[in-house]
Write a protein that binds this ligand. Structure first.
Ligand code: WT7
Length: 654
């Protein structure tokens, strides 16, 4: 290879050893790596033993027809029974499963495992009355209220795969998902609370159902806000009518280990969303085990909180299935991270394990540490991050300001497709490096390879691949085996690797650093640069809270680095020389090659609803093009703010 697949630019020397008490008592210790290496299938079989099965499996893994995996072949299991009933049967019925916190002040509900069991059983009976049978798909379009968890588990109990559509999505998005998976029943609510006001959900369902002809037979509606709703007699059913009166006795059937559990749609870069299919036994094994392993969950004493919306895979794997299968007590919050509210909740419920996204952390950094400093967060013992690369500066801020410099931070890399965490430090084993997801978990195979699929040496960059099947892996794309093969398995057919679509590098110790989606990689004067590294250099400047970097066409260098930055509130407008200051800073941190040609100070960045920066739109701005499709933006007005800035003095172009 004449040139590196992806240049390795940044350096990070800080290390954080695991706290001694955590290390001594850790659920998973260092020996697990060697044990898993020796016999991967035995390792995952032991993880599956943590669950309750009906029929035990005959074969751990059937990989005779790649890329179509079967895990725990011949085994039978019920996901809802594992998440709820078995804790009640074991005498833990009085334990709180959910500390639910509504957005309006003092609107809270504590739900024990025994109560959850009754609710799930009632909902399963109500769905059966509506004609839902094993194998039928049920769409769920709801806010963050307890009923969404109940609805998911009721579907799982019946073996009716759910497809949860994020409540922020439009009627069109909902309609296309209903059609793709042919759902005849939709569960929704009149509305939910967001930013202090009741916002409606039911109208979007009505519109989507209209669009899909006579596909949808029933709409089950939770009354959350009490706002007026249009009612379609014969089709619409109130949850409180159907569920509250149903029997709390429900005999759960055992399903085949490979029975579909859910379909989760993720937007491909273009075109039709992909319906990621997860099945039952392997998924529950992968999520429950990694939740116990990576967060070192002690179910008797921990209070766990994952801030993700249930509409994303993180909400499925690490709010619903993983934690509940482990019998955890957790917080669930309806609202958005308004200043201070999250920390108030951490203080009130004495949260011990906290899992959130870098985009939230950087927003809090921008607002300043005075806000979290006003709360007692001494209960916290472990922090997690997911969704994007966490810049070293954001990691250190998270660790110091939120974690009081005592909590390890686990930077967890995974995808909707992987279902479970794949790459992460082990909190009781690994000395953390800010910005690195460290290495593949025990039992997981990951590598960084070049274009030909050769493993790159330590100190170089390339493409992230997964080299071995894992229990919670997607089984296919709903109704489209060919697209499944083409998208994930066609890049390295000889080696049979799963291609994740991410760039990554190995540092001198062989630890992994995620460098963003390969579609975002820039090529400057023949050097392939990662957006992530330059963004991290910008965020390491004391005036910067958040940065997004894109490569814009450039006559001399092919592409040039263009940066968009949000300043911390404490930095005001940054001063007259801010652009030059930042360009010099990047040069000092990583070298002249990475020095941005152009830097724009902006008030906001365009993000998807799950918080990922949409660099494609910024590229349009940097290349002075008409801005492309903004329909997946969380806030479609953001691009106008940025375009306004483009004409103003804050931009400097040489
Ligand atoms: C993509 C998957 C995993 C649940 C939420 C997102 C990026 C995710 C990390 C991390 C660097 C990360 C990757 C990945 N990503 N976690 N810890 N470090 N990048 O799920 O929407 O399917 O997105 O998110 O680019 O491919 P998703």
């Amino acid at each position: 290879m004449s040139e590196q697949t992806l240049s390795n630019l940044s350096r990070e020397e800080r290390r954080f050893e695991p706290p001694a008490d955590l290390a001594a008592d850790a659920n998973v210790k260092a020996e697990a790596y060697a044990r898993a290496e020796e016999d991967r299938e035995a390792f995952w079989a032991a993880a599956a033993e943590r669950l309750d099965w009906g029929q035990k499996w005959d074969q751990v893994l059937d990989w005779s027809d790649p890329p179509f995996a079967k895990w725990f072949v011949g085994g039978t299991i019920n996901a809802a029974v594992n998440c709820v009933d078995r804790h009640v049967d074991a005498g833990r019925g009085d334990k709180v499963a959910l500390h639910w916190v509504g957005e309006p002040e003092d609107d809270t509900r504590d739900i024990t495992y025994a109560e959850l069991k009754d609710l799930v059983s009632k909902a399963a009976n109500a769905l059966t009355d509506l004609g839902v049978k094993k194998g039928d798909r049920v769409a769920i379009y709801m806010p963050m209220i307890p009923e969404v968890v109940v609805a998911m588990l009721a579907c799982a109990r019946l073996g009716a795969p759910h497809t949860v559509v994020f409540g922020g999505f439009s009627a069109d998005a909902l309609a296309s998902r209903l059609e793709d998976c042919e759902a005849h029943v939709v569960i929704t609510s009149d509305g939910g609370y967001r930013r202090g006001a009741a916002s409606a959900l039911k109208p979007a369902v009505d519109e989507a159902v209209e669009k899909t002809g006579d596909l949808v037979r029933n709409v089950l509606v939770v009354r959350r806000t009490g706002q007026d709703v249009d009612w379609h007699e014969g089709r619409d059913v109130w949850w409180h009518d159907a569920v509250d009166s149903a029997s709390a006795e429900h005999e759960a059937e055992l399903h085949d280990s490979e029975h579909p559990l859910y379909v989760m749609y993720t937007s491909g870069t273009t075109g039709k969303p992909k319906g990621i299919l997860h099945t039952t036994g392997g998924y529950l094994t992968g999520t429950s085990f990694t939740h116990w392993e990576v967060f070192d969950l002690k179910p008797d004493t921990d209070v766990y909180w994952c801030t993700a919306d249930v509409g994303w895979v993180t909400g499925h794997s690490y709010m619903v299935y993983g934690p509940l299968a482990n019998g955890a007590t957790q917080v669930m919050y309806e609202g958005t991270p308004e200043k201070g509210r999250w920390w108030q909740i951490v203080q009130d419920y004495k949260v011990t394990i906290f899992y959130t996204a870098p985009t939230a952390i950087r927003t809090f950094m921008k607002q300043g540490r005075e806000i979290p400093d006003g709360y007692d967060m001494s209960s916290l013992r472990l922090l997690g991050s997911v969704g994007e690369p966490i810049n070293p500066e954001a990691y250190v801020w998270y660790r110091e300001v939120i974690g009081g410099d005592r909590c390890p931070v686990v930077d967890t890399w995974w995808q909707t497709e992987t279902g479970q965490i794949m790459i992460s430090p082990l909190p009781g084993v690994t000395a953390g490096k800010p910005g690195s997801a460290m290495k593949a978990l025990p039992g997981v195979g990951a590598d960084v390879v070049d274009d030909e699929g050769n493993s790159v040496p330590d100190g170089s960059g390339g493409y992230l691949v997964l080299t071995k099947p894992w229990p919670a892996m997607l089984r296919t794309l709903w109704g489209d085996d060919q697209r499944f093969k083409d998208t994930y398995w066609s890049r390295y057919p000889k080696q049979g690797f799963y291609f994740a679509g991410d760039g990554a590098k190995k540092d001198e110790d062989g630890d992994l650093w995620m460098l963003g989606r390969v579609d975002d990689v820039m090529n400057v004067s023949g050097h392939r640069l990662s957006t992530t590294e330059i963004e991290s250099a910008l965020v390491s400047h004391p005036k910067v809270a958040e940065a997004a970097v894109v490569g814009a066409a450039d006559e001399t260098t092919g592409q040039a680095v263009c940066a968009f930055v949000i300043l911390r509130e404490s930095a005001g407008d940054g001063g007259p020389d801010i652009v030059e200051e930042l360009r010099k800073h990047v040069q000092k941190e990583i070298g002249a090659i990475a020095k941005p040609r152009q830097i724009m100070v902006v008030p906001e960045l365009p993000k998807t609803r799950s918080g990922k920066i949409m660099r494609r739109l910024l590229k349009d701005v940097a290349e002075h093009r008409e801005v492309g499709d903004v329909t997946t933006l969380a806030d479609s007005t953001v691009m106008d703010l940025i375009k306004d800035k483009e004409g103003s003095a804050a931009s400097s172009e040489e």
